[in-house]
Design a protein around this ligand. Structure first.
Ligand SMILES: *[C@@H]1O[C@H](CO)[C@@H](O)[C@H](O)[C@H]1NC(C)=O
Ligand SMILES: *[C@@H]1O[C@H](CO)[C@@H](O)[C@H](O)[C@H]1NC(C)=O
Ligand SMILES: *[C@@H]1O[C@H](CO)[C@@H](O)[C@H](O)[C@H]1NC(C)=O
Ligand SMILES: *[C@@H]1O[C@H](CO)[C@@H](O)[C@H](O)[C@H]1NC(C)=O
Ligand SMILES: *[C@@H]1O[C@H](CO)[C@@H](O)[C@H](O)[C@H]1NC(C)=O
Ligand SMILES: *[C@@H]1O[C@H](CO)[C@@H](O)[C@H](O)[C@H]1NC(C)=O
Length: 344
């Protein structure tokens, strides 16, 4: 090859290479700019999280938990879009975690270890810790949800879906721009004397306050005082920021913690969460949500948290839940007269 021709070819190659590289460079730059303006990895305008506080026992509680999780796999619309946070004590063994992941393999499960601080030990301190967790700890002691969730749904290990939901429950919550959704309202009078007196001293004495959950109202102080009005909260959905937008909630909860109220008195989380909602003196969008839900073999009614057992069905349920690994790839659904098994 002639040296001149060679030089020319070299020059041409260099120029075309330079052009290709600059095109490539702009393409990359452009796609990066594009990525920044139109994030493609976030398809939903909200982040929904399902949260459960689970027990460490490897038989009945594990069976129920897997029954619940598998019911979500079968019946919760768009479940693949929502992470499930399982809060647990250090006593939950790695083997149990592995089994949960194996049996509920289609779900996006995240474990999160917590430590209860039992201030007054008693034979009901486990229950008291649970009530405090759902009233206070989950919002103000741990901050894992704040960075990852816009909406938080509680789903206990002893609850499950008994049929396909008509809607994606998070989507329904978002579409209606709700602050809080629940299934049933009732009255819970456990620890009511303490709760009522405490509210009277917490609120200004010269102003009578009341609040409503949809059509059901209760005084919070004044001559009548709080009457136990409660959202039955084994299931709820909340717009998480609601807990932080109204400082009165944190103040109310912190003074309960300072009194060791959950360990000292029979204070239940349903009452406390309801009072938090009632203390907000701005309009809050609260609505009931209907979907096929069951709670153990009781408390499943759509009109009230009834505790009527279905006799033989209840017995069959308890017997079934004592069988190791029985719900690994199944959901057991109790209705009034039958116990049905569905495979996942
Ligand atoms: C359980 O797993 C964690 C990490 O996943 C590890 O740090 C821990 O040592 C394990 N515990 C036991 C008892 O093997
Ligand atoms: C446990 O509770 C006590 C009393 O409320 C408190 O003084 C202590 O700091 C708490 N410990 C932890 C680890 O939260
Ligand atoms: C728990 O302790 C209380 C007294 O503090 C007692 O009345 C009750 O029977 C105990 N319950 C159980 C299940 O041991
Ligand atoms: C479950 O829901 C479907 C409609 O989505 C309905 O046809 C079916 O009867 C329901 N099953 C039960 C057991 O309620
Ligand atoms: C209630 O008392 C506070 C001071 O303690 C006062 O600022 C407020 O105006 C009073 N409200 C009414 C309705 O009297
Ligand atoms: C539990 O059951 C599943 C299937 O239902 C099976 O694959 C698994 O090996 C079982 N695990 C144990 C520990 O028996």
């Amino acid at each position: 090859m002639h040296p001149n021709l060679f030089r020319q070819k070299c020059l041409l190659t260099t120029i075309s290479l330079a052009i290709s590289y600059s095109i490539l460079y702009y393409l990359i730059l452009y796609s990066n700019i594009n990525k920044k303006t139109f994030p493609v990895s976030k398809p939903l305008p909200y982040r929904g999280c399902i949260v459960s506080l689970i027990r460490s026992d490897k038989l009945v509680s594990l069976n129920r938990l897997l029954n619940m999780l598998n019911s979500l796999t079968l019946y919760f619309r768009n479940i693949h879009q929502y992470p499930i946070f399982l809060f647990h004590e250090p006593t939950l063994e790695n083997d149990t975690k592995r089994q949960i992941l194996y049996c509920a393999s289609k779900l996006n499960i995240r474990f999160y270890e917590i430590h209860f601080n039992v201030t007054i030990p008693s034979n009901r301190s486990g229950y008291a810790s649970m009530c405090q967790f759902w009233s206070y700890d989950i919002w103000f002691k741990y901050n894992i949800l704040q960075s990852q969730c816009d909406y938080v749904m509680r789903f206990d290990d002893d609850s499950y879906l008994s049929n396909l939901t008509a809607n994606d429950l998070f989507e329904e919550f978002h579409r209606n721009q709700l602050d809080y959704a629940y299934r049933v309202i009732y009255r819970d009078t456990n620890g009511i004397e303490f709760i009522r007196d405490n509210l009277r001293s917490f609120l200004a004495t010269n102003k009578t306050r009341s609040g409503c959950i949809e059509l059901m109202c209760s005084f919070l102080n004044g001559p009548y005082g709080y009457d136990g009005l409660a959202v039955y909260n084994n299931f709820f959905v909340i717009r998480l920021d609601l807990m932080y937008e109204h400082k009165v909630i944190e103040r109310y909860l912190k003074q309960l913690i300072a009194l060791d109220a959950f360990y000292r008195y029979r204070v239940g989380d349903a009452n406390i969460q309801t009072i938090c909602l009632l203390l907000i003196d701005k309009p809050v969008k609260i609505s009931s949500m209907n979907f096929p839900y069951a709670h153990n073999v009781h408390g499943a009614s759509d009109i009230g948290p009834t505790f009527g057992y279905f006799d033989t069905v209840a017995l069959m349920w308890y017997f079934t839940m004592k069988t190791p690994n029985v719900t690994c790839k199944s959901v057991f659904i109790a209705s009034r007269y039958t116990l049905t098994r569905r495979n996942v």
